[in-house]
Design a protein around this ligand. Sequence first.
Ligand code: 4AD
Ligand code: MG
Length: 466
Amino acid sequence: MTIVSISDVFLDKIKLNSSICIQGWIKNKRTSKMGLSFIDLYDGSCVYCIQVLAQNKLQNYANEILKLTSGCSIIVFGKLIKSIGNNQKYDVKANDIKVLGLIDNPGSYPISSKKHTMKHLRNFSHLRARTNFFGAVSRVRNCLFHAFHNFLYKNGYYWVSTPIITGLNSEGAGDMFRVSTLDFKKIPINKNGDVDFRKDFFNKESFLSVSGQLTLETYACALSKVYAFGPIFRAENSNTSRHLSEFWMLEVETAFSRLYDIINFCENMLKYVVNIILEKCSNDIKFFQDTVDKNIFKRLYDFSKKKFFQIEYKEAIKILNNSNRFSTQNLFFGSELSSDHERFLVEEYFKFPVIIINYPKSLKAFYMRLNDDGETVSAMDILVPGIGEVVGGSEREERLSILDSRFYELKLNKNDYGWYRDLRKYGTVPHSGFGIGFERIFSYFLGIKNIKDVCPFPRTIHKSDF
Ligand code: 4AD
Ligand code: MG
């Protein structure tokens, strides 16, 4: 008897009338008056359930099978047959059913088969993967991770594990979680009255990384083509549908490359991964078509075929000013684009992803390369409808004297960045890179409005359950 997954059955990998064993959880159960129970069983391998036919001649029919409810776990030994109904291709006619786990007090099962709100399910992250929705999210998420890795591997990029604990703020600005083993009740104080971090675990202040970029640059300036893909931590005080305190970022860094090289590379990679999920996860995407976005297939096909729009930051300001939708007081060279501004550009003006390039240096991090105009940096952000920014990248300032003047302007201590400056001292090269917010792009692909619903255990301000 072969143990098979439900996806194997629906991929026609299992011969009709063969003896099989299927293991899973019950989605629904109906019992006919004729002494026959219909059990919809799922095992997470695909979006479908397989229907199990349990007849009253099974030895545990009365005392066990009749008592099974949604969520119970069972092992079914039986025969794969052509379905007796019209809704599905196959059924499993059970010869024996072993009950593994019952549901304590079925009336209070938090994810019973009735419809639940996303908000309700967020309180049950440990159980919500059992719903069709989160099962589908998890499978596409897995496929998307592999697709990114495959694209980079095929293009000769090396995956570098950049550190999660760091002593440096890579973005040069706040929002970091501290890593410390100091006793909160007995904080050591130095002569100046400040916390004495020399007594801390690493003998200095340490944090969780907000980006692997700076350490990744060291490898780009040795292996030429590298990427990092791991968790990122940001203590931003933003409780929105697009902010997580812990998220995954894909960061790509390429030596001897300019802004236009990385823009093309990033756009091609995004189109490639969309084609992969369309090809490999069409059943799951069909589920999202039925439940969250009826346009999903067209949207993804368009995304993978049509070139993204590209505009200068200055043009973006002009478009926003001419729209008469926003107060012009906040729209001049140097203004930060708010999420409303970004959404107007992608959702109403272009109605498609847009790449904005050449931002004022005052809006961007110290490492971005200064353009010849002396006021903008060679940077790019990619914005998409419904979310806003999903990618941020730039050429890196490879000229030591200009980098040092940026440290000075931004009141950063250049001595803290000694090893980063070394890259510019020893065989400096032009290089560029970008970071993709994995959950942001993923929620855009699936048309899921809240970023908390595309990762298994979301961490956001005031919430770190599980
Ligand atoms: O634009 P950011 O801050 O860029 C960097 O960190 C660069 N060092 C990346 C690089 O060039 N290697 O972040 C990159 C992306 C954003 O475009 C956004 O998609 C995502 O990370 N992101 C977040 N995603 C979820 N929750 C948050 N709080 C996020 N903050 C940024
Ligand atoms: Mg950014």
